[in-house]
Structures are given as C-alpha cells and as structure tokens.
Design a protein. Sequence first.
Length: 272
Amino acid sequence: MVHEMAAWTRAQFTSGVDLVEVYATVSDSRGAPLSGLARDDFIVEEDGRRQEIRTFSAGQFPLALAVGIDRSFSMAKVGLPAVSRSVRGFLSALRPDDQTMLVGIGSQTEVFAPLSHDRRPALEALDHLDPWGTTALYDATLSAVASIEPASGRRALILISDGTDRYSQTTATALLDRVRRKDVLIYPIAVGKTRDAVFVEMATVTGGRSFQVANASSLPAALTAIADELRFQYLIGYVPAAQGGRSGWRSIQVRVNRPDARVRARDGYVAP
C-alpha cells in the first residue's frame, strides 16, 4: 500500500524561538485518510538536516476555506449550474465550525460571500452564478490567497476552472513564487480536456493536490476527495536546528517512516 501526505507549514517566532508547524494529511493509495499514525512515524528534514519533532497531534483542526469558481463565458459549455450544485453539496458537508468564502473568477475577482461560519451567503450566491468575462486566473488566485491567509488555523483554496489563464497581470512564475511563500494549501481542479500546467505546480509547492475531471458530472468525486483529505490531519511542530541566523528560503522534506510510504509535501518556507 502506498501512502501520500500533503503538508504545509507556518513559521512562528515567539520569545526568540523559531517554531515551525506543519499540518499534514496522510492518505492511502485509494485516497482515503490514514489515521492512527504516531510521532515516530514521521521524519522531518530542513535543508537536509533531520529535525526533532517537538509537538504532535492528530485529528480535526479549524479550517478556513476559499472556493474560487471560474465564471468566464467558456464555463457556460461546462455547465455552471452543475458546478454550483457540486460546490453546494461540498460546502454543506463541511463541519459547522469551518469557515468558508466564495470567490467568482472572471475579468475581475469578486467575493460573492466573505469568510464566515455562516454558509447561507455562499449557498445563495451559487444560485445566481452566471457566466461573465474572461479567465484572469492567476490574478484571482493571488487575491483569494490574500483574502484567506489572515484567518487562523488551517487555510485552503479550491480553484475550479475549465481552461488556462487569460489577461492576468500576474505571470505564472510570479504566481508560483508568491503562493509557495504563503500558508495556504491549494487544490486546483481543471474541468475538461485542458489543464493549465501551473495547476500541478501550485499544488506541488503548496502541498495541495491537483485534479482534472472530464466534465462537471465528475466534479463531486474530486470535491469529496478534497473533503476527505482536509477532514483529518496531523499537526507537527519542530524548532529548526541552528542555522547561524540565516534568513531566506528553507526547504522542508517530510516523510512517513514506512518502507511502502510515498510523501507529497510542501517544499519549504521563508525565514525572516
């Protein structure tokens, strides 16, 4: 059996001690969450140096989630009503204490429902989601990440689109550089035959997971997989071994200490 793990990290600097926290999701080869792992099952390395895990817990943690839906004119062919129904089912299945927000992606980025525990604004907005504009996907991604990042606890962004970016001021290179420095797990879902190459890269550098589905009718399965992944996670904390005060990028590798394990994880963080 192969296990996959997604992780992202937040550096906290308190009383001169650098505590790096990593939220991790472990899944089996079928994509089902794998529970029951202990501290000793994990190996964490920073810049190639093994780190001592100081804190460890498993279970459900507070979640702040943004869902970005491409509402450009081309999405009319995909079927926005079917997309809305799928997202409605996904939001309804989240825990009551999870926070959600809904973002519309067109020529401009619109927040249809701000971050809240109340699902009603998002569910009502889904009933009125009409095609409009082009796909400024890169700009919208940065805007959504900026909106969700101030929230406490875990933060995640789901992007649903049928194509590639058009007319964004942000380049793919700049987008990837920015999102890898944030504490937001990104799950891009491409609907149809086209998937922007940056979808896979965004998922990789943030510790998320990229999906491609043939049509809107296959969207619920992808959203269910994401919900399962977010439902149960491990929280790992470590104090980095002495780096001589070096600031800048620090790479992270997280592994599961099992011979049949395969790890998918965020690739690092920025130390001030």
